[in-house]
Design a protein around this ligand. Structure first.
Ligand SMILES: NC(=O)c1ccc[n+]([C@@H]2O[C@H](COP(=O)([O-])OP(=O)(O)OC[C@H]3O[C@@H](n4cnc5c(N)ncnc54)[C@H](OP(=O)(O)O)[C@@H]3O)[C@@H](O)[C@H]2O)c1
Length: 285
């Protein structure tokens, strides 16, 4: 049984940015927001795929206020360019959905000296969010939703000295735990602004996420939830009234869950923020 978001809220007059909106969970989130009249900015790296996805959304919803903008989360310069463009051209930002992510990427270092998967799943969304905070605050009440994963449960003791170390599947788990700590610390820093933030696990979802693994794709097609089902917690956290008191908390299946065991260290949470600021160039080392 999947819990669907039951909110009937209209998004007419609202603007949302969704990263990785061309496929999977991000596409379904964009489709739902478009149905509700939102201006949706699809922040995607592959413009051809994103334009085709936009066309499908416009056809399905009749909402033409859907825009494709280029972002590559492997590059902090791309994140900065994207944020600069948004800050210069958009009057408001009500919803930021940090959805894009990937696993099992090759062991590479980005042009910014970051481990590729950490850059894509954690450092780039961290920087993007901070660069868009003024616009989000100006548009408050507004929300930031971070699509994390229950894979974060695998890390019991995050090693801050080895954030950029390669580590196969455990690296993915680390990126997703960092997203959760980021959400918690951001929530504390946003107190009193009427901007709130939440993290979530979408479930095991049959999307392009497993395209690099024959077994993963096969299992996914048999037993995993659909991307539409996987989008429900993102949609819930964007729309549901009265969840502000749970600012910074983690959700699964449209319900609040207890923090994972590796996500309870306040000192580590604060230190991770400082290190992240250094790594993305927001603070001197
Ligand atoms: N599927 C699952 O079982 C599952 C479980 C837990 C958590 N999640 C999380 O859910 C989120 C959405 O995943 P999904 O299942 O919808 O996967 P998906 O179908 O593979 O979609 C991932 C999206 O992220 C984009 N993306 C990846 N790397 C990027 C980069 N460097 N720059 C910009 N965009 C990038 C992809 O763009 P391209 O199309 O250009 O590749 C795609 O739009 C991810 O954060 C994932 O970690 C998924």
């Amino acid at each position: 049984m999947v819990n669907y978001c039951k909110s009937k809220k209209s998004l007419v007059g609202k603007t949302a940015i969704i990263t990785g909106a061309n496929t999977g969970i991000g596409y379904e989130t964009a489709l739902e927001f478009a149905k509700r009249g939102c201006r949706v900015i699809m922040a995607c790296r592959n413009q051809e795929k994103a334009n085709a996805a936009r066309e499908k959304i416009v056809q399905a919803t009749g909402n033409e206020n859907i825009v494709v903008k280029s972002i590559n989360l492997d590059s902090l310069a791309s994140v900065r360019d994207f944020a600069k463009y948004i800050n210069e051209t958009e009057d408001r930002l009500d919803l930021l959905i940090n959805n894009a992510g990937a696993a099992q990427l090759p062991d590479k270092t980005t042009e910014d000296g970051l481990q590729l998967e950490m850059a894509c799943n954690y450092f780039a969304p961290f920087l993007l969010t901070i660069l868009l905070l003024d616009l989000l605050k100006k548009s408050a009440p507004s929300r930031i939703v971070n699509v994390s994963s229950a894979a974060a449960k695998m890390i019991h003791n995050l090693n801050l000295e080895e954030l950029n170390k390669y580590g196969g599947w455990m690296l993915y788990c680390r990126t997703k735990l960092c997203q959760i700590y980021f959400t918690q610390e951001l929530a504390k820093r946003l107190e009193g602004t009427n901007v709130t933030t939440y993290s979530l696990h979408p479930g095991a979802i049959n999307s392009e996420f497993y395209k690099g693994s024959a077994i993963g794709s096969w299992v996914g097609s048999k037993v995993f939830k659909t991307s539409e089902e996987g989008a429900q917690t993102s949609i819930y956290l964007a729309l549901e009234d009265g969840i502000e008191e749970h600012n910074g908390e983690h959700f699964e299946d449209c319900k609040r869950v207890k923090p994972y065991c590796g996500a309870k260290d306040d000192e580590k949470r604060k230190k991770l923020w400082e290190i992240s600021e250094e790594m993305v160039g927001l603070r001197q080392k």
